[in-house]
Write a protein that binds this ligand. Structure first.
Ligand code: AMP
Length: 361
């Protein structure tokens, strides 16, 4: 058995690859625990860089930057999953601990590998087939049924890179719509609602699971999360079992977000896993003693995990694009807590902030 590294003492340096809002909130949590944070992001003055000790402005695959980053940081973590495998190797060579590790990133980057892993650990998914050419779609329509969903294997997010197929005649158009790239064909999940579970695993193998969130999307983008979601005991037990199987199956260290389809009667399918803090976990900032950001920092620093019980009910709403202009009205509401990301340009659809409306349990 490999020895568990000693907990990182306050004053150590944590590196975060990615300088967006998730990196910013991770950095704020780390600084509360006495850590210094360095961000690596190609965009100067990134939201996370502005609240951190420093930022290296470089591409995520810049070997010189990665080697410096790996040397100055005691541990390196991520705010997004599409980190090149070669970059993770360079960081490890420079002497940094990397968490979560390369296996978790590889599994989450490829929808086929992800579903294969999930089914192997008993976390059921929809039926699926790998697609390398248009003929593979036609050949698998019987197996997955109609309608079905064609998604790119890699690089999809917020509903991008996916298209519904309702009829065999749609195949050529659907294949063209995703750019003729390697893909996955997914059966339609007949869900009653979408849930997610945020969970963490520490360096010592301990697991902590938050209450479930119920999520509503618009145009493929998350709008609101209600948490704790009202779920029966069977559903809760199943979600916890899925989270534990995923974390243990990946020997994971850190926080993971797992998106679930609720089929009713305690039956859940896993849609996807995000090997990082997750938008559907933002409610924990105002609903739990130890939020997902602190939890992630605790885990990657080898600290004991914090408590995950909810002390309040929270409705989290994302503010997209020019919705940010409502900030002063929202700030005046005594039941709402605003979390602004410090982004100067409010492009349409861009996540600018979120607001947590807090009520008693
Ligand atoms: P994804 O990019 O995989 O997270 O998918 C974005 C959204 O599309 C999900 O939150 C669901 O609302 C919907 N979706 C994805 N996959 C399926 C599926 N197999 N069946 C039904 N709806 C799906």
């Amino acid at each position: 058995m490999t020895a568990v590294p000693a907990p990182l003492p306050p004053g150590s340096t944590i590196g975060i690859l990615g300088g967006g809002q998730l990196g910013r909130m991770l950095s704020q949590a780390a600084s509360r625990l006495g850590f210094d944070v360095v961000i690596l992001d190609p965009e100067e003055n990134s939201p996370a860089g502005r609240v951190s000790r420093g930022q290296i402005v470089a591409a995520y695959d810049d070997p010189t930057a990665l080697s410096v980053f790996g040397r100055v940081c005691d541990v390196v973590t991520f705010e997004f999953e599409n980190v090149p495998a070669a970059s993770v190797e360079l960081l490890a060579e420079a002497g940094a601990l990397v968490a979560p590790g390369p296996t978790a990133l590889a599994v989450a980057q490829d929808r086929i590998d992800e579903k294969t892993f999930l089914n192997a650990v008993g976390a059921t998914t929809v039926a699926f087939a790998a697609v390398d050419r248009a003929d593979d779609i036609t050949a698998n329509l019987d197996q997955v049924g109609l309608p079905c969903l064609l998604k790119t294997r890699r690089d999809g997010y917020d509903g991008k890179g996916q298209v519904w197929i309702r009829d065999a005649a749609d195949v050529p158009e659907a294949w063209a719509a995703i750019g003729g790239r390697p893909a996955i064909l997914e059966a339609r999940a007949a869900f009653t609602r979408e849930l997610s579970i945020i969970a963490a695993r520490g360096r010592d193998g301990s697991v902590a699971v938050y209450p479930l969130g119920e999520n509503h999307h618009a145009g493929g983008v998350l709008r609101t999360t209600h948490a704790p979601a009202r779920v029966d005991a069977k559903t809760l037990k199943r979600a916890k079992a899925i989270a534990t199987a995923v974390l243990e199956g990946l020997a994971y260290v850190g926080v993971v977000g797992i998106e679930l389809f609720d089929l009713g009667n305690g039956k859940l399918l896993v849609n996807e896993i995000a090997p990082r803090v997750h938008n559907t976990g933002h409610w924990t900032q105002d609903g739990c003693v130890c939020d997902q950001f602190e939890q992630h920092i605790r885990a990657v620093a080898g600290w004991p995990l914090g408590p995950t019980t909810a002390h309040a009910r929270v409705e989290m709403t994302n503010l997209l694009g020019d919705e940010i202009e409502q900030w002063s009205n929202l700030a005046a509401r005594p039941d709402q807590r605003l979390h602004l990301y410090g982004k100067s340009e409010a492009r349409p659809g861009r996540k600018m902030a979120h607001v947590n409306r807090v009520t008693s349990l």
